[in-house]
Design a protein around this ligand. Sequence first.
Ligand code: ADP
Length: 330
Amino acid sequence: MSIATARVGSNIAFIKYWGVADATLNIPLSNSISMTLADAHTTTTVAWDNTGTLDGDVFVLDGNTQSPARSQRLTRHLDILRGLAGVTWRAWVTSQNNFPTASGIASSASGFAALTVAGSAALGLDLSNSRLSAIARRSSGSASRSLFGGFVEWEQGTSDADSVARPLYGPEHWDLRDVVAIVSGEEKKLSSADGHLLAKSSPLLAGRIDHVAGWLAETRTAIAQREIHRLGPIIELDALAMHSVMMTSNPSLLYWQPGTLEILQAVRAWREDDGLAVYFTIDAGPNVHLICEAERATEVETRLAGLRSVERIISSPPGPGPQLLDEHLI
Ligand code: ADP
């Protein structure tokens, strides 16, 4: 049995990935920029069965054995790794997310990045992080960004080989916090993978894509200069632009809940009335990510805890790239 375990941080996108130019390869419609998270991560063990005992892959996620239907996406991803190694072995995969799965905290990103890193290491494949980024992208676009720590840009590219992420700055560059306000840990009804396919039905998609190059440039500068008041307005604008595309697609995707809006209003009031330097962004889910510098994080957490709709708070600094661990989950 060849076994390996990887821990990979999830990431929060400052400029989002929404919509695909090529749905099979997950080539996006634009670049995107994110921060990899230290304290919202996935740990995955992959053990390849070279004895022929298994007739299918076995996937245990957060302690629950997944049905064949819920393991399909994982099996398709393992097929890519099997193809690269030239084997037909099946695998035991055990994975744990230390945050709610499928609720807008990018479990698919850290999940497929960890699967790629552990699965390829257990097969003895010696692949660069850039190559691993391309492989992870095939099953979850945002997973391509979790192959690097710190601040990361996924280059749109035009092919399987060049649509990959690259690091902009390491985690030590800027001590930001992503304070995630969880209003619901429930699984969303429509996965992001299915949502991407609807983007082109929105009349607002073209408007967002037209503006995104400028927003990317502004975000790179804001990160380079560590300017929260430059970064913040752009991330709020792009989050609202992405959700406008989602809401106006056919069928319409409305991820927000009343609690989501309560937090958005609160963040703006804290900023405008009290001068608290905090901005929001929202991924494909109802939960809100509050971005601030480390010195403001305790104040932001205390204020969030006082809001009726906040069930739980996860606060994370920028984190490292993937790590291989000696202790396995199996
Ligand atoms: P999220 O906002 O959490 O990324 P998505 O709908 O994009 O939600 O992705 C959730 C899907 O990602 C799950 O249904 C599952 O297929 C996959 N996933 C989540 N966590 C893992 C994991 N640890 N390992 C493998 N796949 C995972």
